[in-house]
Design a binder for this molecule. Structure first.
Ligand code: SF4
Ligand code: ZN
Length: 302
């Protein structure tokens, strides 16, 4: 089968659009889709320093690869921020992969650890937790958001980019719905112009399987071993459910994404009116104390 955009042999069939693409045209299409999302939501402004949060997985390394290419022809710079949660036997391999990748493509990077920022590693915090219902990933994710903010300030970046793809957005939406956390739905709106530290997800309109293929085609070395806590939460089940729907009805994820964006911008407007300042750390939040401070207080209580 021939590529729909050139004379090469097609290597990828995009089921939801019916397009067949060769390796080069596929890679170009990912760059174009990313560029479209960046300009649609004004994610990067001229002269920005973009801090890319890089874990060592396929999404974040592919994002670094894409943004590095774009930065060569556009007026912005990139730096990489890596978070070490303190998960023994897992994070070390990823740190090594990130270091080598950044050295190879010439990107400045810095590692920030939970231990040095919060005086507690993820493993230690899991031992201290009293309520077993709080999943490892929700503790880890809350600390990671704060750690990335800190890293961004430390490196003097204007905006922080994460590798979240369209599948991540859909899964997070379903998790927020079934956990009753409607406030968080407002955080999903890609328009971050009113936030203090802007957070952007340039891959938010790209399917996860296309990021995997991009990494493969571009020979991006990523960590394949999964975090030992990955299957403790409900995310994996939701991911499989959405994948099975997409297999039977291609394009369903794109439709769901569009609906989520509409709902999210409505919820965001109503959250914005109720926002407060955390009495402990001064971050914006919706209660008297932010989620990070309240979690650390609970964990470290004797
Ligand atoms: Fe943290 Fe969960 Fe990711 Fe592991 S899978 S690094 S615990 S968020
Ligand atoms: Zn082609």
């Amino acid at each position: 089968m021939k590529c729909g955009r050139c004379d090469n042999v097609a290597a990828y069939s995009r089921k939801y659009s019916g397009e067949n693409l060769c390796r080069n045209c596929f890679s170009d299409s990912i760059l174009q889709k990313t560029a479209r999302a960046i300009s649609k939501y004004n994610m990067i402004k001229s002269g920005d320093v973009v801090g890319v949060a890089v874990s060592g997985g396929k999404d974040s390394l592919s994002l670094l690869h894409v943004l590095k290419k774009m930065s060569e022809s556009h007026n912005f710079k990139i730096k990489a921020i890596t978070i070490d949660e303190g998960i023994s036997g897992y994070r070390d391999e990823a740190l090594e992969i990130v270091k080598n990748f950044c050295d190879n493509i010439g990107v400045e990077y810095k590692v920030f650890s939970y231990k040095e920022l919060f005086d507690i590693t993820l493993e230690e915090s899991l031992e201290l937790r009293e309520n077993e219902k709080i999943s490892s990933c929700s503790i880890c994710g809350t600390l990671r958001r704060r750690a990335i903010d800190f890293g961004g300030k430390d490196l003097g970046v204007d905006v922080i980019a994460t590798g979240h793809n369209l599948d991540d957005v859909l899964q997070t939406f379903v998790i927020n719905i079934i956990s009753g956390d409607t406030n968080k739905i407002g955080w999903m709106d890609p328009d971050t112009s009113s936030n203090k530290t802007r957070k952007i997800k340039p891959f938010c309109e790209i399917y996860e399987n296309e990021i995997v293929f991009y990494a493969f085609v571009n020979e991006i070395p990523f960590q394949s071993e999964q975090c030992p806590h990955m299957n403790e939460g409900i995310r994996t089940e939701i991911r499989e459910f959405l994948n099975s729907l997409e297999n039977k009805h291609s394009g369903i994820k794109n439709n769901m994404y569009k609906s989520i964006m509409r709902i999210s911008s409505v919820v965001k407007d109503s959250n914005y009116k109720q926002r407060k300042i955390c009495s402990k750390c001064g971050s914006e939040c919706t209660g008297d104390i932010c989620s990070v401070c309240s979690m650390l207080v609970n964990l470290k209580r004797d």
